[in-house]
Design a protein around this ligand. Sequence first.
Ligand code: SF4
Length: 486
Amino acid sequence: MSQVPTMIDFRRNTQQVPSRMPLAVQKATSKFLGNRAAVVDAFGNEQWQVLRQAGHDIRLHAITHIEHYLEMAEHAVTRAGGHVHWARDAAEARRILLDIASRHRVKLAVKGKSMATEEIGLNPALEEAGIRVLETDLGEYIVQLKGVGPAHIVVPAFHLSKEEIANLFHEKLGVDAPAEAEKLTQIARMKLREEFLSADLGISGGNFLVADTGTVVTVTNEGNGRMCTTVPPVHVAVVGIDKVVPDWESLTVLLKLLARSATGQKLSCYTQFISGPPRSPAETGPAEMHLILLDNGRSRILKTPECRETLLCIRCGACLNICPVYNHVGGYAYGYPISGPTGVLFASQILGPTVAGALPFASTLCGACNEICPVKIPITRILLHLRRRVVEGDESEQAAAPVYLRVGAWAGAAALGSTGLYRMGSELLKRLQAPFVRGGWMARLPAPLNRWTMSRPFPAFAADFRRWWRSRTTAGGKRGTSEPGA
Ligand code: SF4
């Protein structure tokens, strides 16, 4: 359901998060983390670390030889009778898909869960062209009925209670729905089955693209993905170019990492391999198969050495589940269909600092995401680089941080680099802060310095921090005082 965002105000978005969201999110994420911990434990932690390193190396090799593997995949898909399209950006991907839909006079398209199609804002474009588009993953179906996008990259409607879903079904589908998971699933399944049979087009994403056979791999826990890619007469897969992997051996490693990290399973219920349309009348499936290879900023990410490991992501969602920020605000505050730490990396780089400059700051930099990531992406290191880019700009992007922040960062760096300036600055701060200090704390600061004090007091600056620090660390000093301004 997502539109491509034009401006993301993370802070404002967090203020609109419903008060029950953190509890709902934490209930779900703690379950995922518990399941993950159990399967990793059963696998053996030492072995797991070996597998993570292998996953990292495979993905890094794939993206640093991306042209070679994409060409290999293109040849294999074409050889198998499929059609390959290259989309430089979201607009081009939408246009290609709309062309295919219009050639086949599509009235109804069914979709499996796909972050790439969310990223390009496909659903609104199809609807604008008069094509009804139906999400068929249960979670996506629910959020589509609600008129919103996914709140999590693996479990899009996990923040909604059974009661909320039952009410939604009653309101939108006109059915009496009891608040029971099994009954609600049955209702959705009945509704969707009718639609699968009358759909003219099936759309999917792809978790991986195996280069040597041109195979699109989808990993799901519901049968809907299989229905989307086999029942309608035409199938289009929209796959980010970063999803390419060299061969089936690499795939085996990544599938082991993905299922365990995403849902705590050894393997997802359905792992589907699509290598072109049927090659003989004995085979069934859509007569036409298209693969749209989506760049949309990925080549740019690849060109930046500090950031290119972003593209290793296998979208398992583990970094969302462990992230303290995500756990407090949920997915919608990020203003982008891919949320949490990985969403921050992608949105910041795909949309650029003018649109998404607030996102790299939506992190405590605690590093839990680095530790849990199955392909060892150094998320916080990339975040720091992106923060610097927002403040300083670089050869391709203008600085997007407000002037006061840039001047503040510059002044802070200058003061910390010179003893004389530091002393002068300390003295100046002491005088400037005096009207706001009560008992060593500042309860309220004027805008634009008030972000911190909106939710908690700020400790007053010490007149001479170095003397204060020495007094704490010498034998006679009082350790443990929490008031540097005292
Ligand atoms: S960054 Fe790592 S942990 Fe997060 S979704 Fe991607 S692969 Fe999973």
